[in-house]
Write a protein that binds this ligand. Structure first.
Ligand code: PCA
Length: 321
C-alpha cells in the first residue's frame, strides 16, 4: 500500500512538469509591493508559460534569500542562477556602473534611456568578465527629497541624518552637510521610527512602499537622477539551458524591460499623487534649492571624472554626444 501511494505521487509529479524541469531561485532586495518585484514576477510567469513549466523561477523578495550587497556575488558563484539588484551599487568595481546615480546627469526617462543605451555595451563587457549576463534593466522614477518641513536651500539639509543607498548618495549627502547612513529600502520605516535617519532621497514608489507619511511631512520632486535595477544571470547556468528555454528567457527579458519602463513612468505620477493623498505636502523646489543641488551635482561629476575608468568615461562621452 505504502509503495503504491509513493508510486502514485511520483507519477503525478512527472505528469505535471517536463522531465527536464529546472527550478531557479531569484533573489531581489525589494518587497512584493515594489513595481520592480511585480515586474520580475511577471517575467517568471512568462518564462514558466513559454517553457510549459520547464523553467520555474521563484522570486525571493525583500532580501529574504541574500542581503542586497551579496546578491551579485551569489549569482557569480552560482549559489543562485539569477538575481536582481541596484545597478549603481557596483560602482565600487567600476564607475561605469554608477553613472545613472550621478545627480543631474540624466533626469528624465528619455535621458535615462539614452544613458542606458550608452551604458549597456560597456557593462555587458564588464559583467562578462565575471561570468554574468545582463538580462534587463529598469529605472526607478526620478529621485525626490523627503524631509520634515520644507527645504528652502541646501543649508537646510545641514546636520540631518540622511538615509543613503549607495556611494553616490553618501557623497551627495556629505557635500550637502548632512550625515549619511546606509539603509536598505525594506528597512526604511524602521530606520525613521528609531531616529536612525530623518531625511532621504528616493523615488515616489519607495516613498509609498515605505509609507513615508508615517515619518516625514514634505516631499519635493527634485528629479535629481533616474537610477536603475538590473537583472543578471550566471553565464554557465544560462548556457546549460536548451535552446528553446534560452530563447524563452531572452524574450521574456526583453518584454520585462519594456514593461518595466512603462510601469516606472506610470508610478512617477501615481505614487506622487498617493503621497499627497496620504497627507504629505508635495512642493516644487525653489530656484535656490535647485541651484544648490546642481552645484553639488557639478562637483560630484568632476570628482567622478577624476577617478573614472576609460570605459566609464566612454559612456559619458557617448551619452553627451
Ligand atoms: N528606491 C530604491 C532605490 C532607488 C529607489 O527609488 C531605494 O530607495 O533603495
Amino acid at each position: 500500500m505504502k509503495h503504491a501511494m509513493l508510486f502514485a505521487a511520483a507519477t503525478a509529479v512527472s505528469l505535471s512538469a517536463p522531465a527536464h524541469a529546472e527550478s531557479w531561485d531569484m533573489p531581489t532586495p525589494y518587497g512584493d509591493a515594489t513595481f520592480h518585484t511585480q515586474n520580475i514576477m511577471e517575467f517568471a510567469d512568462d518564462v514558466r508559460e513559454a517553457t510549459d513549466g520547464g523553467l520555474d523561477i521563484t522570486i525571493h523578495s525583500a532580501g529574504s534569500l541574500f542581503p542586497h550587497p551579496e546578491i551579485k556575488n551569489a549569482v557569480r558563484s552560482r549559489q543562485v542562477p539569477i538575481g536582481e539588484f541596484f545597478l549603481s551599487t557596483l560602482s565600487n568595481e567600476d564607475l561605469a556602473f554608477g553613472l545613472d546615480s550621478q545627480p543631474f546627469v540624466a533626469t528624465s526617462y528619455d535621458d535615462a534611456k539614452k544613458l542606458w543605451d550608452a551604458q549597456k555595451p560597456v557593462i555587458t563587457e564588464l559583467l562578462a568578465e565575471q561570468g554574468l549576463i545582463p538580462l534587463f534593466s529598469v529605472p526607478w522614477p526620478a529621485q525626490g527629497l523627503y524631509t520634515n518641513g520644507e527645504i528652502a536651500t541646501v543649508d537646510d539639509l545641514n546636520g540631518l541624518r540622511f538615509r543613503a543607498y549607495n556611494a553616490a548618495l553618501e557623497e551627495f549627502a556629505t557635500l550637502a552637510g548632512a550625515a549619511p547612513v546606509q539603509v536598505e529600502a525594506s528597512d526604511i520605516p524602521q530606520a525613521f521610527a528609531t531616529g536612525q535617519v530623518e531625511a532621504m532621497i528616493t523615488s515616489p514608489s519607495t516613498g509609498v512602499n515605505s509609507t513615508a507619511w508615517d515619518f516625514v511631512s514634505h516631499y519635493s520632486p527634485i528629479n535629481a537622477w533616474v537610477p536603475k535595477n538590473i537583472v543578471v544571470v550566471n553565464q554557465r547556468m544560462f548556457d546549460g539551458l536548451d535552446e528553446e528555454t534560452k530563447t524563452a528567457v531572452m524574450e521574456a527579458a526583453a518584454a520585462a524591460e519594456t514593461r518595466g519602463w512603462e510601469m516606472s513612468a506610470e508610478e512617477a505620477d501615481s505614487k506622487t499623487k498617493e503621497l499627497a493623498e496620504n497627507g504629505v505636502t508635495v512642493y516644487e523646489p525653489s530656484a535656490g534649492l535647485v541651484e544648490g543641488l546642481q552645484g553639488i551635482g557639478g562637483q560630484m561629476l568632476d570628482n567622478w571624472k577624476g577617478s573614472a575608468s576609460d570605459s566609464a568615461l566612454a559612456i559619458l562621452d557617448a551619452y553627451q554626444n
